[in-house]
Structures are given as structure tokens and as C-alpha cells.
Design a protein around this ligand. Structure first.
Ligand code: HEC
Length: 569
């Protein structure tokens, strides 16, 4: 199954036209029912039960739904969900050459609004206008696979043997699937926010905010009387033009203890609802923001955090990567490939007792254990303050460790490098590029010691692509700043724009996420990561890391063993 309908064509313009062609074949006019935002606490119990069938394949009785497909094959439960093919938004997708048609209430019940506006818009002669469904004909479609004109569906659409009561719930849910009325969208404006943790340095904050503000300003400057042009446009351009909105950006600054963040987010949202969150930056984790977005069904695209929420189920936040947890898995995999080294002594990890440090150390312990290595010693340091005296010695209590992993920031590394350190140094030291940066390797590098950096980012590369953004930034007088963050913010804003282009005026948040899944891989914009991709439902776009070896003689880094993707466990 690929993403939303109408897979990637070569050129953006042609893609939009193709999308416009198909999407225009049904109505986006607000349906007669009030749009419910299913999946949020606002949904009624009936809609919730219909949603369980649609998304999870679970009947109200708790039994699994059954789908009969070609050749007498029956799927049940998760295999039989409507979401698998029609996607969470209900806007459909394409599988091979088969188009999976939209099943939102507006799409099924309002064909008379086809093409949306005007009397004189000429349609291609081959255009098929789909007839409206009624509750009865829709029930027949789901049970028997026939449309209102009696046409039999392709067997790619299974037949569902459902009771009248269950079918009514399911149909109620389809009606609630809405592509209009989403918060943050008015006739003229679509609002976004970026969340900034006030603990981050002004430089890091500005790297993100400056790029976003500039991107938004540029975007809005390029908008020229689309509403007026929409009134006279041929139908192929109509939806595209009608979709234009001024982009509004709010900066949601979060301060104080993390326990208060959720209330702060609620307050921002209550005052000025937004359609989605774009980019953002945190000094540590992202959990309260993650939870808030799940609660309200708000897409949050590519925040910068080293410790994303990786435990709970998540749909609405799309992360660049699993952060330090990914680094830990890659390192565990790398080390498990070198059994001799590991057996020569214990592995020791040292970390600060903060969210990022704990996330890294916890993931590393778990991951090593999964590879059968349990001889891991932890040295936990206070969250802040100077390195305690005697830290290097502590590393070498008992036998000398073969391997030391330092989940520490660069500032700690410099102090560590200056201390004498007893029986230290161990043979190998591993650093985190996310936490320490690569420059920290120089503080520890000595000829008799091997220093490695786990580096989940792109290597310096293909300058042309990056230069394109550097030129863009310079031309718009964006002050120089942390490039990793600048590129990431640019990427997040760019993909937001790309998704909105394809969505036309179907402002559904779930639909947006489906487009983001689909387009992340093809985005021409570089981020800090070498390759990004999202399968349906995946929320971590970069899936591996390099391990770089530091050469103290030259100060260069060499990748060891290429791009390493840990096994999925
Ligand atoms: C395995 C993929 C798949 C699953 C699962 C699936 N569908 Fe479909 N569905 C399709 C395809 C493909 C079509 C288009 C068939 C055609 O046009 O011949 C379709 C068509 C439809 C139509 C007709 C749309 C129209 O415009 O005429 C409805 C309604 C529908 N599906 C509802 C559902 C519901 C409700 C579920 C879950 C109970 C579901 N589908 C599960 C693939 C699927």
C-alpha cells in the first residue's frame, strides 16, 4: 500500500493537476452533519465504536471484523480494517494500479456538488460522475460490493458480512470523517505554531524561529489574489486556488517545570487554535507536547528533540528519528558484532541524570541485553554541575573496561580530557554526536586510544543541495546559526507546504499526515539526516546511524561499516 492517492509523478505541477482531477470528482462541501473530530474526546460513543471498526477491525461485541476477499480468502481484525486501504482520513490511497476511493461522508453523499463551483467549467468528456450514496446503497456497497449504479467493485474492496446495527455504526463513522471544519483554518488563514522550550539557548531557539518566520513570510508574499482567480478559474485550477490561505505562525514558548507544559499548551491552543505544529525545539524530551497532540489530533511535524516519546502509541507527531535511543540501538548492534572486545571487559556507560541521559542509557542497556550482553556498568552523574571529582577513576574500578560509552555533552568531555584518570584510559570510547557533537572527540582523542562517535546525521556531502538552502537563507538575511537546526526547520516548513499543496482544500489533519508520510522520502530539501522515509503509520523518519572513528593525527572522521540500521525488535 502506498500513501495517499495518485503516487508521485515527475513534476509537482502535473501532480497537482492529477490530484485535482481525481479529488475534484467528489464534493468537499461541508456535509449536512456536523463534523466530528473522531479520535478526540469530542467524539460520541457511537462514533467511537464505528471508529474501532474502521481503524482496528474490532466489532462492538469485541470480536474481530471479517473481510471476504477474492478466492474465498478471509481476513480478520487488523488485516480487515478499512483504514488499511482507505487511510485514517478516509481519503483513500492507491495500491498498484487500483485506486481506493474516498469514503468520507462528503465524498459518498454529495455528488451533486461535483467540481464544486460554477456552471461553465468544462469537464473532460471521459470524466465519470459518481452517483450519491444513501444509507441503504452504502450498506449494500460494504456488504455486497456494488455501487448505487449496480457496478460490482473490484475484489480489492473486500465484502463485509456485518449486522445491521454494526453497519449503522460504521456508516455513522464514515459520515463523521471530515475534510472541513478543522481548527486553525478560516476562509483566509491557516494557522500553525512552533513549540519552543525556553530552556534552549537563544541561539538554538532563533535558528528554528528565524527560519520558520522567513519561510512563512516568503510563502505569503508569493500569494497573489488566489481567491479572485479561483472565481474564474477552470475547474482543474479551482481547488488549488481555493485552497490558498495566508499562513500564520505563532511561537508557543513553554517555560517552568514540564508538569505545567500541558496546561500552557492548552492555553495557547484555546486562545488561538492551530491546524498543525511545525518544527520546534526542546532542550530535553518532548513528552508533554506529544501527549497534547495525541489528545487533540494535531499533527506535529519534525520537532527537534533528542529524546522523543518512543514508548507510547503515537500517530500525530512525526519525528526525524528516535534520537539517542536510536544511537543506543545502533551502538549495541555495532558492539555485538565484536564479541572479542566485549568479552575482554565490561562495558561502562556514563550519563547525566536528565531526560536525554536516561533515555540513552536505558535504551542502551535494553539493547545490549537483547544482544546477550549483560556486563554493563552504569555511572550516573548529577543532571547539572561540574563533573564530580574522581570520575575517570570510577570508570575503572575493578577490571579495566574494554569499552566506555559517554552519553555526555561536549563541556563534560573537555573536563574529562584534562583529568589524569588513573588506570584510565580504556581502549575504546564512544561518544554521542547528538549530545556531544563531533568536535568533542578532539578532547579525548589520544594516540593510544580509539575514539568513536555515533553519528545519526548526514556526513558532509553533496554540497549543492545544502548550498541551495544556504543561499536561500543568506538572500533572506537569516542570521547564521546552528545549521542542523536551520536545515531541520526548513525541511519541516517545506514539507508542510508540500503537503498543503497536495491536499488542495481538503483540510483534514489525518490527510495531511498521509501526505507527509508519502512525500518525506522524495523531499528535495536536505535535513540534518542523510535519508528520511515513512511507511504508513511510521513516525520516525531516519532509521540508522553512522559510527565514525576519530583519527587524532589528522582530526578526521572515518565511517566504520557504513550506515547501520538496528534490527527492529
Ligand atoms: C484491501 C483494501 C480495502 C479494504 C480493507 C477496504 N476497502 Fe473499501 N474499497 C477498496 C477499493 C480498491 C475500492 C474501489 C473499488 C472499485 O472501485 O472497484 C473500495 C471502495 C469502497 C467504497 C465505494 C466508494 C465509492 O465511491 O463507490 C466504499 C463505500 C468502501 N470501499 C468502504 C469500505 C469500508 C467501510 C471498509 C471497511 C469496513 C473498506 N472499504 C475496506 C479497498 C478496500
Amino acid at each position: 500500500m502506498t500513501g495517499p492517492p495518485y503516487g508521485p509523478a515527475e513534476k509537482r505541477e502535473s501532480r497537482i493537476t492529477v490530484a485535482a482531477f481525481f479529488l475534484a470528482a467528489f464534493s468537499a462541501v461541508v456535509a449536512a452533519f456536523s463534523p466530528l473530530h473522531a479520535g478526540t474526546p469530542d467524539a460520541s460513543p457511537e462514533v467511537d465504536r464505528g471508529m474501532r471498526m474502521y481503524r482496528d477491525g474490532i466489532l462492538p461485541s469485541g470480536e474481530k471484523m471479517r473481510a471476504d476477499t477474492a478466492g474465498g480468502v478471509t481476513f480478520t481484525g487488523a488485516m480487515a480494517t478499512c483504514e488499511k486501504c482507505h487511510r485514517r482520513s478516509g481519503m483513500g490511497s492507491s495500491e498498484g494500479g487500483t485506486r481506493v476511493r474516498p469514503v468520507t461522508g462528503a465524498a459518498l453523499y454529495h455528488p451533486k456538488e461535483v467540481f464544486g463551483a460554477g456552471h461553465d467549467r468544462k469537464l473532460p468528456v471521459t470524466t465519470r460522475i459518481y452517483p450519491a450514496y444513501t444509507d441503504e446503497s452504502l450498506a449494500r456497497a460494504i456488504r455486497d460490493g456494488v455501487d448505487p449504479e449496480g457496478r460490482r467493485f473490484d475484489y480489492a474492496m473486500p465484502r463485509y458480512n456485518l449486522t445491521d446495527a454494526d453497519l449503522a455504526l460504521l456508516i455513522g463513522y464514515l459520515k463523521s470523517l471530515s475534510t472541513s471544519g478543522a481548527p486553525g483554518v478560516t476562509d483566509n488563514v491557516i494557522r500553525f505554531a512552533t513549540v519552543v522550550d525556553s530552556r534552549v539557548s537563544p541561539a538554538r531557539r532563533n535558528a528554528v524561529v528565524d527560519v520558520l518566520r522567513t519561510f512563512f513570510r516568503d510563502k505569503n508574499a508569493g500569494t497573489r489574489n488566489e481567491a479572485g482567480r479561483a472565481r474564474v478559474a477552470p475547474w482543474t485550477d479551482y481547488r488549488k486556488l481555493r485552497a490558498y490561505r495566508i499562513w500564520g505562525l505563532d511561537v508557543w514558548e513553554l517555560s517552568g517545570p514540564e508538569e505545567t507544559w500541558e496546561a500552557q499548551l492548552e492555553e495557547h491552543y484555546r486562545r488561538k487554535p492551530v491546524f498543525a505544529l511545525v518544527s520546534g525545539v526542546s532542550a530535553q524530551g518532548w513528552e508533554p507536547v506529544h501527549r497534547f497532540c495525541e489528545q487533540h489530533g494535531i499533527p506535529s511535524l519534525f520537532p527537534n528533540t533528542d529524546a522523543p516519546e518512543v514508548s507510547g502509541p503515537g500517530y500525530y507527531t512525526v519525528y526525524f528519528s528516535r534520537g539517542v535511543a536510536l544511537e543506543a540501538d545502533v551502538l549495541a548492534r555495532h558492539l555485538s558484532g565484536e564479541p572479542d572486545d566485549i568479552r575482554r571487559g565490561p562495558v561502562v556507560q556514563m550519563y547525566r541524570d536528565n531526560e536525554v541521559g536516561r533515555a540513552a542509557a536505558g535504551a542502551f542497556r535494553k539493547s545490549l541485553a537483547a544482544y546477550g550482553v549483560s556486563d554493563l556498568r552504569d555511572v550516573r552523574l548529577p543532571a547539572t554541575g561540574d563533573l564530580p571529582e574522581g570520575v575517570p577513576e570510577e570508570l575503572t574500578v575493578g577490571n579495566v573496561p574494554a569499552t566506555v560509552v559517554l552519553w555526555l555533552p561536549g563541556s563534560d568531555m573537555r573536563i574529562l580530557g584534562e583529568r589524569p584518570g588513573g588506570a584510565y584510559p580504556p581502549r575504546r570510547i564512544y561518544l554521542s554526536s547528538t549530545i556531544a557533537g563531533t568536535a568533542a572527540a578532539a578532547a579525548l582523542g589520544a594516540p593510544n586510544r580509539e575514539v568513536y562517535v555515533v553519528h545519526p546525521f548526514a556526513l558532509p556531502r553533496g554540497k549543492e543541495v545544502q548550498d541551495r538552502i544556504r543561499i536561500w537563507l543568506a538572500a533572506r538575511k537569516v542570521p547564521p546559526g546552528d545549521e542542523r537546526l536551520q536545515f531541520n526547520a526548513f525541511f519541516a516548513a517545506g514539507i508542510t507546504g508540500d503537503a498543503l499543496d497536495r491536499m488542495l482544500d481538503f483540510f483534514s489533519r489525518d490527510y495531511m499526515l498521509e501526505w507527509v508520510e508519502h512525500m518525506t522520502e522524495e523531499s528535495p530539501n536536505p535535513s540534518a539526516y542523510p535519508r528520511l522515509s515513512l511507511g504508513p503509520g511510521q513516525r520516525f523518519a531516519s532509521k540508522g546511524s553512522y559510527i565514525l572513528r576519530y583519527a587524532p593525527e589528522t582530526g578526521w572522521f572515518f565511517p566504520v561499516g557504513g550506515w547501520i540500521v538496528p534490527e527492529v525488535r
